[in-house]
Design a protein around this ligand. Structure first.
Ligand code: S6P
Ligand code: ZN
Length: 194
């Protein structure tokens, strides 16, 4: 069998002050207009988008071949803020190859990882500097910034795992995280369609 061409080791450096990765790899930015339909308060979304289009999060994907033997890894940051009572969050996804897991190390900030299995169960874990969150195979995952500084985390997953946003774009997730009396609370998503 022909051997894959030898891939050279690489180093990336994350700067905790500028919040940039060097080299940046592939930088993906998501503004509110990229995920406006995901928030509960659609009047608030419209009101905000009439004035500006805030950056909700961005992530740096180190450029790694998307094959099973490799480990994709990235640095993501969700900025602090809310749409109405709902905290800024990532879109969330299943992996295209559902049977692939992921590990997250939180580097800075405060948040929650909202997970939902293909069977419809929910699990929510705290994210804060030092937490290592394991996302087992077949769990969708979304990160919510419940603090007042950027929520920054490092994630690593199988090279060919891929991303499936479709189900969450269509249906949302069962649980949402809102701020009530200055604190994050878990609520049923009134817009979730079974
Ligand atoms: C990839 C991993 C993260 C997310 C990133 C953005 O499997 O979970 O790198 O891609 O945090 O989230 P999302 O939901 O927009 O891909
Ligand atoms: Zn993932």
């Amino acid at each position: 069998m022909e051997q894959e061409k030898l891939f050279r080791p690489i180093n990336s450096l994350f700067d905790f002050t500028s919040l940039e990765l060097n080299p940046p790899g592939e930088l993906i930015v998501r503004n509110l207009s990229d995920m406006d339909f995901m928030y509960q308060d659609q009047d608030k979304v419209t009101e905000i988008l009439q004035k500006n289009d805030p950056m909700i999060y961005r992530f740096y994907n180190v450029e790694i071949p998307e094959t099973a033997g490799h480990l994709q890894h990235c640095i993501s940051m969700v900025f602090p803020g809310k749409i109405g009572q709902e905290y800024y969050m990532t879109k969330g996804h299943f992996h295209e190859i559902e049977d692939t897991a992921e590990a997250y190390l939180t580097l800075r900030g405060q948040g929650r990882m909202v997970m939902q299995s293909t069977e419809g169960e929910t699990d929510i874990k705290e994210m804060k500097k030092g937490t290592i969150t394991y996302v087992p195979p077949r769990w969708a995952h979304r990160c919510v910034n419940t603090g007042n500084q950027p929520l920054v985390f490092f994630a690593v997953y199988r090279g060919d795992a891929g991303h499936n946003y479709g189900i969450i774009e269509e249906k949302g997730m069962k649980k949402i995280i809102l701020e009530e009396e200055g604190k994050p609370v878990i609520k049923d998503n009134p817009r979730y369609e079974n």
